[in-house]
Design a protein around this ligand. Sequence first.
Ligand SMILES: NC(=O)c1ccc[n+]([C@@H]2O[C@H](COP(=O)([O-])OP(=O)(O)OC[C@H]3O[C@@H](n4cnc5c(N)ncnc54)[C@H](OP(=O)(O)O)[C@@H]3O)[C@@H](O)[C@H]2O)c1
Length: 248
Amino acid sequence: MTALAGRRGLVVGGSTGIGRAIAQAWSRAGMDVHVLSRSRPAEQGALRWSAVDLADPEQARAVLAEAGRGPLDAVAFSAVSYGDKRATFSDTPLAQWRQQIEVNLNGLWLTLAATLPALRAARPGLFLNVSSEVVFNGGPGRSGYAATKAACASLVDSVHQEEDPDDVRFVSVLPAGMVDSPGIRRRRPADFDYSDYMRPDSFGPVAVELALTAGAQHNGDSLVVHGDGTWNPVRDRVPVSQSDRARV
Ligand SMILES: NC(=O)c1ccc[n+]([C@@H]2O[C@H](COP(=O)([O-])OP(=O)(O)OC[C@H]3O[C@@H](n4cnc5c(N)ncnc54)[C@H](OP(=O)(O)O)[C@@H]3O)[C@@H](O)[C@H]2O)c1
């Protein structure tokens, strides 16, 4: 498949999980894709990769400045720190909160700052934000994650309203259910049953479609992605909470 041949993409947090699925889908469709993360993506294939630690703002700024030099047609932000374990607010160490602010929120800010000039030059470029139902539903055991993801959604919405849609379009994608990813597995017991979890690959079709159209028809939208790869705008139906008080 060469539908995206000649296009250049960047996926921040593209080594595992949903970010990796987006990077691979874009790459398989012919895009030249650069991944930024701490660890190298498994089965790297044609993906280019550079190391970045978003919790180290000076290093992250330098790496993103280099990666954002362009040309760039599409940028996805999928990096996340869930925290080491589920914990109530009172049991959350300050260091975990700070890590979530650095990776989830400041990482997005740095990525926007570094890549918007190249995306504008693509006329139009696509900024794809990987979001979550926690933007609409706070919940027990997820205060840092929910607060940072809600702030990310607000940041993207504000920047989207500042930018000319002929220059850059902004689309958020979020899963309809839980997704089996390394970040989620780190917080579950070894014998946990993932049979009703979505697979990260479900994000491939929407990522390719949005890259092909540079988000036309969906600028400013949040799209709920389902396990079969289909999607619908959040405004059709606000996602329900996946939070489980019993597991906190
Ligand atoms: N999984 C779900 O059920 C679910 C549900 C709703 C929303 N989401 C959203 O989906 C997105 C991806 O989540 P996922 O579950 O697929 O996560 P994941 O597999 O844990 O992937 C997270 C990515 O972030 C990178 N990352 C983490 N810390 C980093 C740091 N300090 N510096 C640079 N990169 C860092 C990881 O790479 P390295 O470890 O190599 O650095 C990895 O590439 C997130 O936005 C999340 O909010 C997921």
